[in-house]
Design a protein. Structure first.
Length: 228
């Protein structure tokens, strides 16, 4: 059960919040929002996990009284994307420096809360310990099929210094969210034509096949690695 927030008791100094990221996040904490489960941008706050963020409608009303120009995005599809991404991001070492790709909005907002959750630093150059690989589920499955069809067998190209925020996320989820949010959609690049045709066939007979193919590939990879 929610309660009414009384921010009138804040001192004059505390009540003088600016539009800086620091002050916006500070205000969210004051009204009871867990900022480890929201993504900050200057124009919008995206809720990654409604339950854990505690970003109720009442808290949103309180927030928008202070920041009427910042939109709160309660998109359920984005929350599903974040849930899928969290599966591969839970092993990030605290205070890691992560190299993120240029002009990749979806990765930017997915990883932004990890600056608070794990104290990571997101960089676009200089020194780093991890690389955020933007490969998505569809591209990874296409690569798996293309190597099988070419007779090369499975190729395991994951690297120890890479993280894969989107590897469990299908492209239709990503592009549906990006379109709703007014962002540019992403395109499949350099995908094998035969593998793409086979994937279109599987879409009609077994729509959930992508995750199963990825799980099977990971299972085989883990088994082989355990024998080395």
């Amino acid at each position: 059960m929610d309660f009414i927030f009384d921010v009138s008791s804040l001192t004059a100094e505390e009540d003088n919040f600016t539009d800086s990221k620091k002050d916006v996040l500070k205000y969210l904490k004051i009204i009871g929002v867990d900022t480890r489960f929201v993504s900050y941008t200057p124009q919008k706050i995206y809720i990654n996990n409604l339950r854990f963020s505690k970003f109720s409608r009442k808290r949103q009303e309180t927030f928008n009284k202070q920041y009427p120009d910042i939109e709160v995005i309660r998109n359920s599809l984005f929350q599903k994307i974040c849930s899928k991404s969290a599966r591969t991001l839970s092993d990030i070492e605290p205070n890691s420096r992560i190299l993120i790709p240029e002009d990749n909005f979806i990765i930017d907002i997915i990883l932004e809360p990890y600056t608070r959750k794990y104290g990571v630093k997101l960089v676009r150059g200089g020194e780093y310990g991890l690389i955020a690989n933007p490969v998505i589920l569809d591209d990874r499955v296409n690569q798996i099929f293309s190597t099988i069809f070419s007779g090369e067998g499975l190729k395991f190209n994951k690297k120890e210094n890479e993280i894969y925020p989107l590897i469990n996320v299908p492209i239709n989820w990503i592009n549906s969210f990006l379109e709703i949010d007014g962002q540019h959609k992403i395109e499949n690049e350099n995908n094998n034509a035969l593998a793409s045709s086979f994937m279109e066939f599987l879409d009609d007979v077994a729509p959930q096949y992508r995750e199963n193919v990825l799980k099977a590939s990971d299972y085989i990879e883990n088994k082989l690695n355990s024998k080395i």
